[in-house]
Design a protein around this ligand. Sequence first.
Ligand code: PGA
Length: 253
Amino acid sequence: MTIRKPVVAANWKMNGKRHLVDEFVRAFSADDILNQVDVILSTPATLLSYAQQQCEQQHVDLILAGQNMSRHSSGAHTGEISAELFKDVGCSWVLCGHSERRNIYGERSELTAQKFLKAQKLGLTPVLCVGESEEERNEGHAFSRLTAQIEEVINLAGKSCFRNAIIAYEPIWAIGTGRAATPEIAQEAHKFIRGMVAAMCSESADSVRIIYGGSVTRENARALFEQPDIDGGLIGGASLVPKQFKKICAAAL
Ligand code: PGA
């Protein structure tokens, strides 16, 4: 871990109901950890307003995030959610280009880049998710995949776009499989990504937070977060158990 403030994000995906929000917010109430770690809660969109109320009532400073955002500002886009709507329910961050959006819903890197730029323009911090498939890794194409995904964003949003953004390295083969990347493999990818950012914009390279996602648990979190270029995690399955998630946050200290 480094001088950068750690970030640990809970990505509930299409899971969780109000009682889980209650449990989650309660787990962090009167806890000092929120001063030391940015803890993000990304619930399904239907729960965000409720989560905001609970955080406010209990004075718990969780950062709320959307899981996916429209590239449009408003209007006739049935089923989509704009940056303004996320802001209206208290979100300040949004995930962009999660591999489930890319692979299950056909989101192309170009659209991810448009969402990223829109989020930044409208005052949300984008969390850009990137990662290679197992096949790409086995064929030696992991880094070229990461390069393509990141370049698409830089080409649209500019070389200094990571001054106000987070990057999540999430190898697809590690997501939801129980096969987390080893700390060495993850560190190598994070170092590569930081090097890419450095080549474009030297000022952002030291400050940009790059978090790891893919089967993080309370058992493996510390070894991952101890790596010099890993600044925290994006947690799926284990974030649905608030007590376990809190231990993962503590591992980032
Ligand atoms: P996982 O998901 O922790 O369940 O592997 C991570 C993610 O998809 O963000």
